[in-house]
Each structure stands twice: as C-alpha cells, then as structure tokens.
Design a protein around this ligand. Sequence first.
Ligand code: FNR
Length: 359
Amino acid sequence: MTHALFTPITLRSLEIRNRIWVPPMCQYSVDTLDGVPAPWHLMHYGSLARGGAGAIIVEATGVVPEGRISPTDLGLWNDAQRDALAPIVDLAHSQGAAMGIQLAHAGRKASTHPEWGTEGSGSLTPEEGGWETVGPSETPFPGLAAPRALDAAGIDVVVRAFVASARRAVEAGFDLIELHGAHGYLLHEFLSPLSNHREDEYGGSLENRSRLLLEIVDAVRAEIGDGMPLLVRLSGTDWLEDGLRVDEVGQVGAWLKEHGVDLLDISSGGNQSPAPIPVGPGYQVPLATAVRAASGLPTGAVGMIDEPFQAEQIVATGLADVVLVGREMLRDPNFPLRAAHAVRYDAAPIPPQYARAHR
Ligand code: FNR
C-alpha cells in the first residue's frame, strides 16, 4: 500500500508533514468589520490543525480594505490584524501543521454581501457599507457594480499592498504565502481576456496580462526572502471559449516558475457567470496535471476530492503533488487521520490526548 499522501514535501526551507492540505475558505466571521479575526477563527483553524492537515491556507485576506470580497473578510493591511493572526498561527504550529495565508484583492468582485449573515446578495450599496471597486477595465462581473479601471498609480498601490501584507504575514509567523490569482478576483481579472480590455502594457498579449501577477510575485519574493515558499492559486481555465485556456495557464505557470514561485494551486472558473463547469469528483485534477506538465512546477489539485483512496491515487500516480480538501474538511476536520487509517499509515499525527480512540 502506498502512503503518498503521508510523504512529507519540502518547499524551500519548509518541510510539510503530509500532502493533505486545507485550501483557503472564507469564514465571513470578523467581529467588528475591521478585518481582525474572531474567536471563531482560532477554533476553526485550530481544529483543522489538530485533525492532521499538512498545511492550512488561511482564507482570502484583503491586502487593502477595498480588496475584500465583503466587509466580513479578514484583512492584513494593519498591525492589529497581524497581531490577532499570530496566536492562530501559534496554535496550528502546536499541532504540527504548516500555516499559509492567501493574500487577496477581490477587484471587481469586491464589496458584495457576504455569503451569509446579512440580507441580500450582489453588490453592497454605499448605504449598506459598500465601496467603489476596481478592475483592469470597466467591464463588470455579471450582476455586480461596474469597477473603476486601475491607472498606473492604482496598480502601484496594489503591488505595494501585497508586499506590505506579505511582510506582516512573515511577522505573524506564517510559513508560506499564497497569492490569490483565481476565481475572478483582481489578479485573475488581469489574466483573463474576458475582463481585461486594457490597451497598455497590462493588457492584450498573455505576457501583458500576466505582468501584474509577475510584478507582485517579484516584489513579494524580494520582501519575504529566499526561505519562504510562495504559492499562487490560479484558475486553470475560464471554461469559456473566449476565456483563459489551460495552455495559457501552463505558460503563466512556467513564467511563475522562472520568477521563483514554488507550487501552483490549481482551481478553475469564477470570472464569468454562467459558465459550463463540469462539476464532479476530482473535476479540476486534469487541470492541475496539465499545468504541472507545462510549467514544471509542483501543483496542488482541489475540488471534490472527498475520499481517502481518491486523494491517495491523485498523489501516488503523479497527477498532482498535493491535494487540497475543502468542504470535506469542514464536514470532518479529522479527514487526514481517517485517510491515514484507510491507507494503513501507522505514523499519523494522532494527538496523544486522543490516542486511545485510535488503538
Ligand atoms: C471557498 N473557496 C475559496 N477559494 C479561495 O481561493 N479563497 C477563498 O477564500 C475561498 N473561500 C471559500 C469558502 C468556502 C466556505 C468554500 C466552501 C470554498 C474555494 C475552496 O478553496 C475550494 O477550492 C473549493 O471549495 C473546492 O474544493 P472542495 O470544497 O470541493 O474540496
């Protein structure tokens, strides 16, 4: 029986105990709408760490207030937010998990009603606490308010905000950083021809559409130093004829490798609605495999990977290097311990307090 899931993986100076990771999942749970985590976050991330995950990537965290999806998102644009994240990182470390954080700018999909907790959906009005959104162009996401197109000065502010948040992530003790380049948020909006209609050096060719992402990667790498892994989440395709294609994403991945990115977390879609997405077990795995081959980078596969043997097979057969298990980890934060039992891996990270239950 293979134990591919439980073979540690080393990215730069970080060794991660296994290959079952938790993808970023917004909790929409800040207490006072100031981007600062609440007790919920301590419990949530602590329980995921105790359940045996190798790495946990904290939910999309705004690098600027206007970069939040909703007012209930986490932020990392000030030191109070950093200082409140640090104990969450410490708790996860005490349970042996590596901690990452997804730094994000929601672009034209910012300023929306959170998934739950308030009345309504779609864009927030100013009366509801909404704000003006920004994007590569003025084209709105279907059903949302139109953004303002970023000018050169606005782009510079975004780059510097990612760098400042990355510095705070290091200070808070995070082990790795993931840049959110998927799901129709700002960096994906630049990459995709569906949302980027610019005529300057940030629009047009794939190289130009990738420029903002690569500038941020370079600037963040310069800030965090050589030891820390830097990941990028990409949508492997827009699932639409005129959208971003997987071969283009493979090329972007190859450039990201040249710029010092260590692993690509391959999701899909999110930049246009509706889109014909063939949702089903492991439906995004082929995208991770294709981008892995084209870029030469390790990849993470995500999306309806819910079963231990399914996860083991993905890693053991080289379809991806790690799996990210989202909703199944919400249903059962002990999924990694369950998977260890399924593949007969007897050195799973069972907390000593619970050891008798596993004898
Ligand atoms: C998500 N997802 C997500 N993705 C992301 O890149 N940043 C985020 O903050 C969030 N937030 C989020 C919240 C919740 C409640 C869910 C369920 C999902 C997408 C998530 O990371 C993952 O890609 C999908 O859930 C698909 O994987 P599973 O759940 O099928 O394993």
